[in-house]
Design a protein around this ligand. Structure first.
Ligand code: 5AD
Ligand code: SF4
Length: 478
């Protein structure tokens, strides 16, 4: 497929560049031209989100934009006039899922030739993927990336009016665009971006290439958003960033993330969470603030990635396993009852049996409440993808299974210790299977299914725990 005039294709080399220039904070950049405002009148959109919370939050913006253009949402792609997939590139299997979905939705184009297919998010930032889409997925009409969500109105207009494919992916460091609309998908729990991008460049990870450089929102903008959410009745906010510990460094904000956490706590919203923290720059001030404020939830996601210092070095993680353990135990000591979860990659290129054993040893020591475990997946353009790898896939699968058995054992143990205790649960709503059973999360982020008395979604209720499983607790509302 030849590049068409007006297209902008992704460029991984460009995406890797970092300068000292501060990101632009754009307060008024987004606007919908008058002639486009009713583009979606009588039309439906189907939006599907893959991947992490950053994508979930981006989808709330995409939905907000489309609804300002008079589109209405639908739950079934068959009913849609515009199908948009907001995609994830973190591992190959995430991409395969999207390509599979695109393949199976293709028939809709035959039945309904005017239907518009769009793809955005992290996969759109990848050179090879866009090439594949242009050559083999000809029913995809619109491709745009993570840096130009605000361009959706014009790009969609071009496709719908001219009937031509449109590709606009920017591989730049990125700006902060403040005036984008949002349609929150939850009524009681909200995501709040505090920063975008990542500069850590862990050697296996595609995120710094797909999401641009670390750039913070101002503290006033973040706090204003949280104040508004509180006024609107939200009970919980989750502060989002690829590495929230870096918050404010680019803008030289005194006190950084610890200060932001404290100011958020003072607003008095019931529950504050944050994700993700990199162990490397998790400061003592952060630990102290979390310990000090009851409305900062005692739950920390602290990805370790490997239990072996040599592997951590090859991964570019900037800490040794001893440093990780010191931080882990400091958190345990200063924030009693704090739940800690982690991410672990098995089968990093040439990981030896002994190095993998160190990961199992770490799990034995830390007894994580929860763990997200992955087989290493080479990502084009990253340094690790250029490393030779002598471990067969079967061996990696075997290690993953062993690791999962190990952490599951401790997660169950941790959950069993809840039996007989009373916990506070923020209620999500009734479970799908049984209307009398409601579910929600504890302050330590444990899923609880409970027999309801009078709980309504959004309430924080007391629940006595009666039983425990690896991934959830059972209980009765008091
Ligand atoms: N292969 C496997 N897992 C990865 N992650 C990030 N990149 C890769 C990769 N190339 C995992 C890390 C990270 C989580 C979000 O995804 O564990 O913390
Ligand atoms: Fe990826 Fe590392 Fe940045 Fe996390 S900190 S997004 S793993 S590069």
């Amino acid at each position: 497929m030849k590049k068409q005039p007006g297209w902008a294709l992704p460029d991984l080399k460009e995406a890797q560049k970092r300068t000292n220039a501060e990101a632009h904070i754009e307060k008024n950049l987004f606007q919908i031209p008058e002639q486009i405002k009713m583009l979606g009148q009588g039309k439906k959109y189907y939006l599907r989100t893959y991947g992490c919370q950053a994508n979930e939050r981006d989808s709330e913006t995409l939905a907000g934009i489309l609804e300002e253009m008079a589109f209405t949402p639908c739950d079934n792609p068959e009913d849609a006039d515009f199908i948009l997939l907001n995609t994830c590139a973190i591992r190959k299997n995430a991409e395969d899922k999207v390509l599979g979905e695109l393949g199976s939705l293709k028939r809709l184009k035959r039945e309904k030739p005017d239907i518009v297919f769009g793809l955005c998010g992290c996969m759109a930032q990848e050179e090879e993927i866009v090439k594949t889409l242009l050559e083999k997925y000809r029913h995809v009409d619109l491709i745009f990336g993570t840096h130009n969500i605000h361009r959706l109105p014009e790009l969609l207009y071009q496709v719908m009016m001219n009937g031509k494919r449109s590709v606009e992916v920017l591989s730049k460091e990125g700006d902060v665009i403040e005036n984008l609309p949002v349609r929150r998908f939850g009524k009681h729990k909200a995501w709040v971006n505090i920063m975008y991008g990542c500069d850590k460049f862990c050697t296996y990870c595609i995120v710094p290439y797909t999401r641009g450089k670390e750039r913070s929102r101002t503290m006033e903008d973040v706090l204003d958003e949280i104040r508004t959410l509180k006024q609107e009745g939200f009970k919980e906010v989750t502060l989002l960033g690829q590495n929230v510990n870096s918050y404010g460094k680019d803008l030289h904000i005194a006190g950084g993330f610890a200060k932001l956490l404290e100011e958020t706590a003072k607003i008095g919203i019931e529950r504050i969470r944050f994700t993700t923290s990199h162990p490397w720059d998790f400061s003592d001030e952060m630990v102290d603030v979390i310990a000090q404020y009851d409305n900062i939830m005692p739950f920390i996601h602290l990805p370790v990635q490997s239990g072996d210092s040599d592997v951590l070095k090859l991964m570019g993680r900037r800490y040794s396993i001893e440093q990780y353990k010191t931080l882990f135990h400091k958190i345990e000591e200063k924030i009693p009852g704090c739940a800690i979860s982690t991410d672990i990659i098995v089968g990093f290129p040439n990981e030896t049996k002994e190095q993998f054993q160190h990961t199992l040893d770490l799990v034995d020591e830390c007894k994580f409440d929860n763990a997200f475990t992955f087989i290493y997946s080479p990502r084009e353009g990253t340094p690790a993808a250029r490393m030779e790898d002598n471990i067969p896939l079967e061996e990696k699968q075997e290690r993953l299974q062993q690791l999962n058995e190990r952490w599951n054992k401790y997660a169950l143990e941790k959950n069993l210790a809840y039996i007989g205790k009373t916990v506070k649960v923020l209620v999500d709503g009734p479970s799908k299977k049984n209307k009398d059973i409601y579910s929600g999360y504890t302050d330590t982020n444990k899923l609880v299914n409970f027999v309801r008395k009078d709980a309504e979604p959004g309430d924080i209720v007391e629940v006595k725990i009666t039983d425990a499983k690896t991934f959830s607790l059972d209980g009765e509302q008091l």
